[in-house]
Design a protein around this ligand. Structure first.
Ligand SMILES: [Fe+2]
Length: 279
């Protein structure tokens, strides 16, 4: 997969079907703009990672915003993120569902950017929406946000480096892992990817210390006693929390939003915090 740059016909068909479903549902729920269920509160998950050159630093990870309409809960998310005092904020795609969401999305993102440097990548719904990647890039530039689409950025931390790699959506086979920088001393490499199937594509030579992703929504609807029945393609059975394959470790965040139907059931939205500590 790491050598692919073109989008296959099955993925184009999936994008078309995704768009055809998202658009009428967005129109229908626009008639009741404040109606949503199970999204008003969020959990904060704290993850710790030993690494001497980043000890004492903190990042916040958000995913699956699906932000087509700005709600009061978005102010509460900004407040929580601000109270966490992060050094960096990472957003792993599914920013919106339809182009009409762009002003609402950037109203939210610009408030996050005022808290800390913001790095983000794209998910399947960002492509389903029909918004061109160039338009996301132009708006991100204008708001001083770093959009990484099969690209990486290296930040000096004084004692070492944080490499932030953002790949395009793995569930649509757009991820290109050639952008992962080589291993280096005192460097922590973080991979931002929308879908957790990226864990099936990373290879032993990829110097990646942690992968952050979303896409599953934790199943979005959980009926007690019944196994998770909704997981989009690209999850490969992964629902939430940590997963490991070989040396690579991935954290799957339940995300903040919804797709197709504006409700979550027994599946609270999540903000993840990464605290780096001394070894
Ligand atoms: Fe999503």
């Amino acid at each position: 997969m790491s050598r692919r740059r073109t989008v296959s016909w099955p993925d184009r068909v999936r994008s078309f079907i995704g768009y055809c479903l998202s658009e009428p549902l967005y129109r229908a729920f626009s008639l009741v703009p404040h109606w949503e269920w199970g999204l008003s509160d969020h959990d904060v998950s704290i993850l710790t990672h030993p690494h001497p050159s980043l000890a004492g630093r903190r990042a916040v990870h958000l995913t699956d915003l699906h932000l087509d309409r700005y709600q009061a809960r978005h102010d509460r998310i900004v407040e929580t993120v601000s109270d966490l005092h992060p050094d960096w904020i990472f957003v792993t795609g599914d920013l919106l569902n339809v182009p009409e969401g762009l002003p609402h999305l950037f109203r939210f993102l610009e408030q996050l950017r005022a808290i800390a440097p913001l790095y983000m990548t794209l998910g399947n719904h960002d492509h389903y929406s029909g918004v061109p990647v160039a338009q996301y890039a132009e708006l991100a530039d204008r708001h001083k946000i770093t959009l990484l689409v099969n690209q990486s950025a290296i930040v000096s931390t004084g004692k070492g480096e944080l490499a932030i790699v953002g790949v395009d959506d793995p569930s649509l086979h757009r991820a290109d892992l050639r952008c992962v920088p080589p291993r280096a001393n005192s460097r922590f490499t973080l991979l931002l990817a929308h879908a957790p199937n990226i864990l099936d594509y990373v290879e032993a030579q990829h110097a990646i210390d942690l992968i952050l992703c979303g896409h599953s929504h934790g199943g979005q609807w959980r009926v007690p006693g019944i196994p998770t029945f909704w997981l989009p393609p690209g999850c490969n059975g992964r629902v939430e929390g940590f997963y490991q394959r070989g040396k690579h470790r991935l954290y799957l965040n339940r995300g903040l939003g919804w797709s197709f139907l504006p409700f979550r059931w027994n599946c609270r939205p999540e903000i993840a915090v990464i605290d780096w500590i001394e070894e």
